[in-house]
Structure formats: structure tokens, C-alpha cells
Design a protein around this ligand. Structure first.
Ligand code: AMP
Length: 222
């Protein structure tokens, strides 16, 4: 079973690249942020606990994160393996993860902060089906409407300049040291996140020695 971690600053394309890995490779994409967003949207008890931190762009407490990750990984709903996105994000989470699971590879998507700001502030999300859009690179056909289900697109509540600044600060202060920790185990693959999503996917598969990406076999929208 393959166990991969995908890391990178917000807007570096972790979600898109994880979905492309999922398509055709039978790798299950686990996004901790998506799990939390589901709970917030569905007004669960967990959603109420994490909403404030999420909207402010702050990290959710480690105990909650670890229990969510443990429950999700305990489901074992994969054949080939999984790619986990948005976790670990600090030293403690990394230690918890490395104690419990062997990691086959860490993909680090590299993107300069200026490009992060440009991408994140133009990001839009469909609250109906979860499809992601970007007003620069991946516009919907009809302005403001989802191509798949027609629902009015929204900004993620945490995609504000203030929350983005907090997330970038957290990333540099807390998440970068995690990369250094992984680097000591020699499992980190640095990938330039600036080319097109297809090119980035091709490079990820090359460094992980996975079968090449075939766009025609994919239904993911980049
Ligand atoms: P993401 O979609 O990965 O940007 O995550 C959205 C938000 O969920 C983050 O800004 C945090 O508030 C929270 N979150 C997601 N993953 C983690 C994590 N590993 N540790 C703490 N908070 C997290």
C-alpha cells in the first residue's frame, strides 16, 4: 500500500493534484480541510468547534486534528493507498503521523508567496458539489455559476487577505519545519507548482515512479 503526503502552501494546488492522483491510480484523497469544511457546512458539533479557527485562518487544535485523522485512516477504504493533504502541519502532528504510519513519499509543491496571494484570492468554490474554480486559470463557463450543478459559486470563508496572511505566517513558521523533519528521512520530493496542473501532475508521478498521467483517462477538471 502506498502512503503519500502532499504539502505546500495554500493555493499551491494540493487539492487539484491529489484529485488527479486519485483519478486512474486508485489512490484515495484524504483532505483534512475538506473533512472540517463538511462538518462546518453540516453544523455538526465538530463543525462548531473548528469554525472560528478556520475562518480566522488559524490551525485547529492538535488533539481534534489527530482524532479526525485517526478516525479517517481507520476506515481503510483504499486498495492502492492514499494521499493525505493538509496534514501534518506542525511538528507534533508529524510525530504522531510518523509513529503510526510509514510514509512512502512526501510531495512538496513549491510556490512563491506572491503567486499564492494571486491564486488564493481568485479561488471560488461550489457549495453544491464541491467543485473548485479559479477566476484566473479555471473560470466557470457562466460567470458565478458551477459548470456541473449550476449552484452560485462562493469564496471560501477563509480566503480573505487577513486569513491568508495568517495562513502564510503559520505555514512558514510551523509547517516548513515539518518538511525539514521529513527531509531527514529522505522522502521529500520538491515539485515546482507554477506550471499547468497537468504538467505538475506528470512531474509528481515521475518523481514517485508512478504510471504517467493520461488526461483522457481523467474526469478531473484540473
Ligand atoms: P485547508 O483546506 O487544508 O487549507 O484547511 C482549511 C483549514 O482547516 C485550515 O486553515 C485550518 O484551520 C484547518 N486545518 C486543516 N488541516 C489542519 C491541520 N492539519 N492542523 C490544524 N488545522 C487544520
Amino acid at each position: 500500500m502506498r502512503k503519500y503526503v502532499i504539502m505546500g502552501v495554500q493555493g499551491s494546488g494540493k487539492g487539484t493534484q491529489s484529485e488527479l492522483l486519485e483519478t486512474g491510480l486508485d489512490l484515495v484523497h484524504i483532505s483534512v480541510g475538506d473533512i472540517f469544511r463538511w462538518h462546518v457546512q453540516n453544523h455538526t458539533k465538530l463543525g462548531a468547534q473548528v469554525r472560528r479557527a478556520m475562518n480566522a485562518g488559524e490551525l485547529v487544535g492538535d488533539d481534534l486534528v489527530e482524532s479526525v485523522v485517526r478516525d479517517r485512516l481507520d476506515q481503510h477504504d483504499w486498495n492502492f493507498g492514499f494521499v493525505i493533504d493538509g496534514f501534518p502541519r506542525n511538528g507534533r502532528q508529524a510525530e504522531f503521523f510518523m509513529e503510526s504510519y510509514d510514509i512512502d513519499g512526501v510531495i512538496h509543491l513549491e510556490l512563491p508567496d506572491d503567486e499564492v496571494r494571486r491564486r488564493v484570492l481568485s479561488r471560488r468554490l461550489c457549495p453544491g458539489c464541491g467543485m473548485d474554480y479559479n477566476l484566473i486559470a479555471d473560470r466557470p463557463e457562466v460567470e458565478g455559476r458551477c459548470d456541473i450543478c449550476g449552484t452560485q459559486l462562493v469564496k471560501r470563508e477563509d480566503d480573505t487577505p487577513e486569513a491568508l496572511a495568517a495562513r502564510l505566517r503559520d505555514y512558514h513558521e510551523k509547517t516548513r519545519p515539518v518538511l525539514e523533519l521529513f527531509r531527514r528521512k529522505e522522502v521529500v520530493h520538491d515539485v515546482d507548482a507554477r506550471p499547468s496542473p497537468e504538467e505538475v501532475q506528470q512531474e509528481i508521478r515521475r518523481v514517485l515512479s508512478l504510471p504517467a498521467y493520461e488526461p483522457s483517462a481523467s474526469s478531473a477538471g484540473a
